[in-house]
Design a protein around this ligand. Sequence first.
Ligand code: KIV
Ligand code: ZN
Length: 433
Amino acid sequence: ASKYRPFSPVHLTDRTWPDAVISRPPVWCSVDLRDGNQALIEPMDVERKLRMFNALVKIGFKEIEVGFPSASQVEFDFLRRLIDEDRVPRDVTIQVLTQAREHLIERTFEAVRGARRAIVHLYNATAPVMRKVVLGLDEDGIVELAVTHARMFNRLAAAQPQTEWVFQYSPEMFSGTELPFAKRVVDAVTEAWQASPGRPCIINLPSTVEHSTPNIFADMIEWMHRNLARREGIVLSVHPHNDRGTGTAAGEFAVMAGADRLEGCLFGNGERTGNLDLVNVALNLYTQGVDPGLDFSDIDEIRRTVEYCNQLPVHPRHPYAGDLVYTSFSGSHQDAIKKAFAARREGDIWDMPYLPLDPKDLGRSYEAVIRVNSQSGKGGIAYLLENEYGLELPRRLQIEFSQVVQGVMDATGKELSAAQIFDLFEREYGTKR
Ligand code: KIV
Ligand code: ZN
């Protein structure tokens, strides 16, 4: 049983609205090695890609987009190493991306030759601006482009029957596409693939650029979910980006609106402002009592690996993983946390002020929770002395000593560690005791 309580404020307890919460995790797909990688200043080499792949497997991802093998030799070689050196666990499926162009699709199928199971992911743009300005095609032309290349998948897959194939299609710029047209293209592709419950394909709807508030994106997903011709033969996936800073919300709302699967990156890496942050969504579920099926119990190790592979830092205020997120600076927060720790009993539901999650669950410690700086009160000082040095100060002394500490911090403007506070205490009272 989870120690976290499902979120159900009074106004949502009416169960006629069942989708107001997420009660089971979506299928997760990491695109760190593709979308994340293509957005790096210095894309990963094979060694960094392998490290990232192993980390993703360890976390528990069962679907991993490993690259765009027709786009570069590094991508192609990485895929060959995964397959030739048998590095893909049996319960993990690799995914590869290709544009709807004949020679790129051929090269992609060549790259995955010999894989046990593979998701091959086809995309072409569908939004008006892309049709008009980039592709120079009208609506019929876009449908034909998608269907012609989808049919190529049938032929090339049939020629490699030793692999279990799953086909995926993305109408790139879905977020900027007219819904009836998006449906028309997707229906045509799923028809070409004869998608059925026995042989489902993945339809992935990206907010290639976040154009709208997340509720509007979710409305678009719900409309597709209700109207796609072969919905029963489709795993409905979404691929939110984060241009408005609402990628996490867009993904969560999309799942409530009918999506089965989420694509994203660890810590929100990806083009421009990034992809949906998988860590956020998974741990948001966790703190509401839903097991995400992903293991973040050593978040610092994961963070170090991702920072090394991406050569980008994770923000100190990143929810769940940032350096500062289990740190309380304000005196009133420190006091409330101290009281809640004291009142807490083994097996209690997690119900802590200012700490939505037990840092221990992610391999972080309580020690950093209470820090003392010029914004803190006496509670944090007393907590550190008691927890680190077993010194229980009477209330009168807490008040007196906090003024001493405050004086030092006001003068220096710096935070004081537990050891420095203890030294100060020794200096002030050591001889008097
Ligand atoms: O954001 C996007 O549209 C993509 C597609 C290629 C799926 O990354
Ligand atoms: Zn993307």
